[in-house]
Each structure stands twice: as C-alpha cells, then as structure tokens.
Design a protein around this ligand. Structure first.
Ligand code: MN
Length: 146
C-alpha cells in the first residue's frame, strides 16, 4: 500500500523516478510438501523475493477458518524446489519422502516484519491466511481467516 501511495503522488511520464512494481495484484506461487522425515511435517513455501520462503508446519496448514497452526521458519529454498518430489536418501539432511500435498498461486495482501497476509488459490487451501511471528526469529502461527 505504501508503494501505491508513492505512485499516486507522481506522474511517471514526467519524472525520471522509478515507478516500481506493486506486488499487490500479482500472483505468485506456493507449495505445500508433505515430508515424511524423522517427524512427519508439512513444508509450506511461498515464492517471494526470488526464493521460496519456507516454514515447517508439524500439524499441516489449517483448512478450516479460525484454526492456528505452529509454523517454524526454515531456511529459504530455491524456487526450483517448488516442483520437488522424491526420496531424500538416508543420512542426508531431511532424509525421507517428499510429496506435493497442495500447490497453486497466492496473492500477497500485505507484508511486514512480523506479519504476512495473503490469499491462497490452491486445490486444498483456498482463502485468506495470515502468518504472524510470535517469537523471533523463527516461530510463527499460520492462521486461516474467518
Ligand atoms: Mn521438511
């Protein structure tokens, strides 16, 4: 929204200042990978800033409104990981089976340091969600809005 404010004040045909892109209306991709590692969990990933921002969600993303699920942020993954399914060999990091559980696009509604609002357009996951960081650096809640 701040960028929209910036753009409204300027006529970009007349000023050499950069217009910038508003991500608000653009759709990015997301994926949820079911990961049978030592502990079963779901990896929730949002395509953002050229990487996949990633969270491990032990109980899986909420499908019903009002439900909150713990989401532990993990390291960014490369965007190519969005299509990954397969077997991570024994002895390797995250050893076990990875299967795509849901996939689709999302619309970023707003984003700040500790809060991300977005709308998911998946097969299983649809509607507005919020990620709220409740403890730095990596503890978030994934909430499906009512
Ligand atoms: Mn994982």
């Amino acid at each position: 929204m701040d960028l929209l404010k910036y753009q409204r004040k300027r006529e970009f045909k007349k000023t050499p200042e950069p217009k910038g892109k508003i991500f608000k209306t653009k759709k990015y991709r997301f994926v949820v990978q079911k990961h049978h590692a030592r502990h079963l969990h779901y990896d929730f990933r949002l395509e953002m800033e050229g990487v996949l921002k990633s969270w491990a969600v032990p109980k899986g993303p909420p499908e019903k409104p009002g439900i909150k699920r713990l989401a532990v942020q993990v390291e960014d993954h490369p965007v190519e990981y969005i299509d990954f399914e397969g077997q991570i060999p024994k002895g390797q990091y995250g050893a076990g089976t990875v299967k795509i559980w849901d996939k689709g696009t999302y619309k970023l509604i707003s984003k700040s340091e500790n809060r991300i609002n977005f709308e998911l357009f998946g097969k299983k996951l649809k509607g507005q969600y919020t990620l709220i960081r409740f403890r730095k650096p990596k503890y978030w809640l994934l909430i499906k809005k009512k």
